[in-house]
Each structure stands twice: as structure tokens, then as C-alpha cells.
Design a protein around this ligand. Structure first.
Ligand SMILES: [Zn+2]
Length: 234
């Protein structure tokens, strides 16, 4: 499985790139996601912390689409779940953390740009709530950010390798809620297909691989996945 923003929109988390996306409507939001602006400009960091504080993801619950992937794992049919999402809704829904390959990291942890320390994001958000506008690392004084891959930041090679390997081992590859336009992760589709996997694309908008897929569904993800994969009781 490969999932992108589209699986979380029915949980109330906006798609950053889609037609109604946060970046499409607010270019300043894109600046906050760029590591160069973030490290260089305290004003960008202050805005980012306020943004994190008010993220809809903190109250988001997994939807029927997430739950159908849990049912797949319970039936021993899930080899790997590669996700571009940073919301951890797959793990909250009940997928094993070992199955989930988070290629863009997680917003539920922070990391220190100075010493690399990581910890729960809520601990830093508590400091922001208490009045610190741009909290720094308590150990080394370094700049803190969410443990996500910002624009301009390198992906983690070990994580990407694992995703590519898993794609090559699939006998069925589902791409769910992603435009399949950003490499290297879009390449998982090609690797799976080249290795002989059947491929299914579920996405509201067309993708560059629709012609090559065995099946393409533009339907609602939270309705379609339970229909084709089954659903899990909470
Ligand atoms: Zn540090």
C-alpha cells in the first residue's frame, strides 16, 4: 500500500497540494514548510509553531479508509504501508508501527536541528502554549522543528530504500490518495509493476500512471476502500 494526503482528507486534514489545498490558497504556508526559510527566519518559525498548535490533525480520527487497511493487516494481507502522510492516522487506526513506512516523517514528534534529539511534539507545544514563541532545544539551544521532511530537506535514505524494497516485493500494489507526481516515492508504482505486481490507483484526480494500472478508481477513498478491502471494527 502507498497512501497520500487523499486518505486523510475525510478525517478533516486538508490536502496541501490539491485544488482546495492550504498551499494553493496561502503561499505563506508553503514558506513555513521550506527548511531554508524556516531556519533563517524567526518570524517563519513563530508562525509555524502557531500553525502546529492549531493543526486539525490533533483532533482528527481515522476514517473508514484507514480502518480498511487495518482489516487487511489483520487478515495477514498487508506486507507494507508506505505513507507520505505525517499524521500517524494509520497507527492510530490500528496498523502496526512496523508495517508503516513514513517517508515524510511524523508531525507527532519534534526534532532538534542542532543535536538531532527527538521527542513528543506535545511537550514542545506545551512550551508554546506557555508563551515561548520560538522554543529552542533544552539540551543544545538548537532550532526545533517537527520530525517531518520539509521542502529543501533530504529524505532519509534508509526509509526510502525500505519503501522501494517493499514495493518490489508486492504482488498487489495499491496507490491511495496520492497524485504519484513526486519522486522518488512515485517510483514505487513503477518498481511494483516492473516486479509483476497487479496495480490499483485510487485517487480523485488523474495520475501519470493511470494508463499503466490494472484498475483506476476516482471514487471517495473512505467509501471505496471498505468496499474492495473490507472494513475493521473499531
Ligand atoms: Zn539539540
Amino acid at each position: 500500500m502507498l497512501t497520500g494526503a487523499g486518505i486523510s482528507t475525510d478525517s478533516g486534514i486538508p490536502d496541501f497540494r490539491g485544488p482546495q489545498g492550504v498551499w494553493t490558497r496561502n503561499p505563506v504556508a508553503e514558506k513555513m514548510s521550506n527548511i531554508h526559510y524556516y531556519l533563517a527566519d524567526p518570524a517563519v518559525r513563530r508562525a509555524s509553531w502557531q500553525n502546529r498548535l492549531s493543526s486539525p490533525a490533533w483532533n482528527a480520527r481515522p476514517n473508514a479508509g484507514h480502518l480498511s487497511l487495518v482489516s487487511l493487516e489483520r487478515r495477514q494481507k498487508l506486507h507494507a504501508l508506505i505513507t507520505q502522510n505525517i499524521d500517524e492516522l494509520h497507527q492510530i487506526a490500528g496498523n502496526s508501527p512496523e508495517k508503516v513506512i513514513e517517508v515524510h516523517g511524523t508531525m507527532r514528534k519534534f526534532m532538534c536541528w542542532g543535536c538531532g534529539m527527538r521527542g513528543p511534539m506535545q511537550a514542545v507545544l506545551e512550551r508554546v502554549r506557555a508563551g515561548e514563541e520560538d522554543p529552542h532545544c533544552l539540551d543544545c539551544g538548537g532550532i526545533l522543528k517537527s520530525d517531518t521532511i520539509s521542502f529543501g530537506q533530504q529524505l532519509v535514505p534508509e526509509v526510502i530504500d525500505r519503501a522501494m524494497r517493499a514495493a518490489g516485493e508486492a504482488d498487489l500494489f495499491l496507490s491511495i490518495g496520492t497524485s504519484l507526481q513526486v519522486y522518488p516515492i512515485a517510483g514505487t508504482f513503477e518498481i511494483a509493476r516492473a516486479a509483476g505486481a497487479r496495480t490499483i490507483i485510487v485517487n480523485a484526480q488523474p495520475t501519470p500512471f493511470d494508463d499503466q494500472a490494472d484498475a483506476v478508481f476516482p471514487d471517495s477513498i473512505s467509501e471505496l476502500l471498505p468496499a474492495i478491502l473490507g472494513s475493521a471494527a473499531r
